[in-house]
Design a protein around this ligand. Structure first.
Ligand code: PEP
Length: 264
């Protein structure tokens, strides 16, 4: 099964509209000739509309970093699935920073995943263990629970193009923004031994093999190839390094060459 690699930049709470207007043209220019990789930018809500305009006519997709599950109503400060779908194709859900700082639960993630799929968005569902859980040998239990609970009752099928409209990002919390990435081999083991088998138990082997699984956690141009060389890893969710054009372009380019090599 061939899964098209995808690299998404999670800008987190960075970049004003003015700053985005400087960065995006540099990205568009540097990414235009890189083929065989889906590229996605996930700016803050405030910059989505401007970034969308700057991406017009390019093959770069747009994603939001969060959304609420309700359709509309008195939810001050929230943004609905339909509002996100007006602008974006993707939405990051269950990021560890949302779980840690904003009390997001597996149940909340599940509601959001269902709501995202219902409006045609592709959710990028983040899972991953904390340092403490990792040191206590709980990685498998935690990642499996996050997937089983976060996807319970969510229907997924392989579409005509052979894809599934949901991605999983394995992001060990201890590797996010710390400069301490997991090794490619360890990340791949979690993907192959925990994530895909859990997806297979929920949806069967065909869907499990079609879901793209990204790695996230201190990916930069210099270490990206180590992850993309792994057969189970289909791309990356990139935080800090996605704020610098040269770094992000380097990561996408590494994805293109590694995955191309695997096909030949
Ligand atoms: C992220 O925000 O999803 C992430 C992986 O951050 P960083 O690349 O900065 O570790």
């Amino acid at each position: 099964m061939i899964r098209l690699p995808l690299v998404a930049g999670n800008w987190k709470m960075h970049k004003t509209i003015a700053e985005a207007r400087q960065l995006v043209p540099e990205l568009v220019y540097g990414l235009q000739d890189i083929e065989g990789v889906q590229k996605v930018l996930c700016p803050p809500f405030t910059a989505l509309l401007s970034v969308k305009a700057l991406l017009e006519g390019t093959d770069i997709g747009l994603g939001a970093q969060n959304m609420f599950w309700e359709t509309e109503g008195a939810y001050t400060g929230e943004v609905s699935p339909k509002m996100v779908a007006e602008l974006c194709q993707y939405v990051i859900l269950g990021h560890s920073e949302r779980r840690i700082y904003f009390g997001e639960t597996d149940e909340g993630v599940r509601r959001k995943v269902k709501a995202a799929l219902a409006v045609g968005l592709s959710p990028i569902v983040c899972v991953g263990e904390t340092l403490e859980e990792n040191e206590n040998g709980k990685t498998e239990v935690v990642v499996r629970r996050q997937l089983e609970e976060g996807l319970r009752g969510v229907e997924l099928e392989v579409d005509e193009s052979g894809g599934v409209p949901l991605l999983v990002a394995y992001e060990p919390v201890w590797a996010i923004g710390t400069g301490k990435a997991a090794s490619g081999e360890i990340a791949n083991r979690v993907v192959e031994e925990v994530i895909r088998p859990t997806l297979a138990s929920l949806y069967g082997e065909r869907v499990a093999q079609a879901v793209r699984v990204l790695y996230g956690g201190s990916v930069k141009a210099a270490n990206a190839a180590e992850f993309f060389e792994q057969p189970g890893i289909d791309g990356a969710l990139v935080g800090g390094a996605s704020l610098k054009a040269e770094e992000f372009i380097g990561i996408v380019s590494a994805a293109a060459s590694s995955k191309q090599r695997q096909l030949t």
